[in-house]
Design a protein around this ligand. Sequence first.
Ligand code: ZN
Length: 299
Amino acid sequence: MKKIYGLILFFGLMTVFSISAKKPISTLILTGQNNHNWPVSSVAMKQILENSGQFQVDVLISPEKGEDMSGFIVDFSSYKLVVLDYNGDHWPEETKNRFIQYAKNGGGIVVYHAADNPFPDWDEYSKICALGGWEGRDEKSGPYVYWKDGALFKDMSPGTGGSHGKQHEYVLNNRNAVHPITEGLPLQWLHALDELYDRMRGPGNIKDILYTAYSDKETGGSGREEPLVFTVDYGKARIFHTMIGHAGETLEKSPAMQCVGFQELLLRGAEWAATGKVTRKIPADFPTLGESRLRKEYK
Ligand code: ZN
């Protein structure tokens, strides 16, 4: 009798585990206001995430810029992952409080490109991004943070936070090869045409720096090795911040989101933020140091 109960328990647990392994990660993309082409970026991200079979994605569109935001009350708690594709007007206090609570409860968050621009005066949001740019940021926002002599360096010198030179292809340099997000990826690879954010400022609470890139003065950059892909130290939250992936007028003119490297980093960072693990295999078409590669169908 004991044996039968044991078997029932065993198969019961197997069923639970196999169901939980296959269940897609419930994901919310928050968008609707951005100085970028959010109708392109949010749809591209939804496709990238859902085509992997690992995520089920809802897209939440805020009121338009300047419209009444008071009814924009967001339920983050039912999601394993929140992807921020938003750069616009302040959320109502209730939504801000819920977002901080979601993070403090150990929520998974992806900060994508210009999502590190808004709310320079909202301290908790700045800590969730670690670094931000534009919107009047300066030395009061925190130090410049960049890679120098084999480590992250905090530079308190005064000046504007956030800029970028002209779009170009550039090499991403790995700074942590044992993190689940980067394990097995090339140490250096050529990213497709994109903006390279530089001179970003903020509290600088980067947990693991994953990739940096050299911002060449010849392309209008800072002359520094800039931190572009990292995780953020914010209590129990798992936060993946990617500054790469600019969405312009069309994806033909601004193909950064079509880059296999961008897509794979987004998928790996999103899975890690939601679960703490990465189960994805390294694809054969990942960019190399000599060649950037695109996936126009997002799969
Ligand atoms: Zn951009």
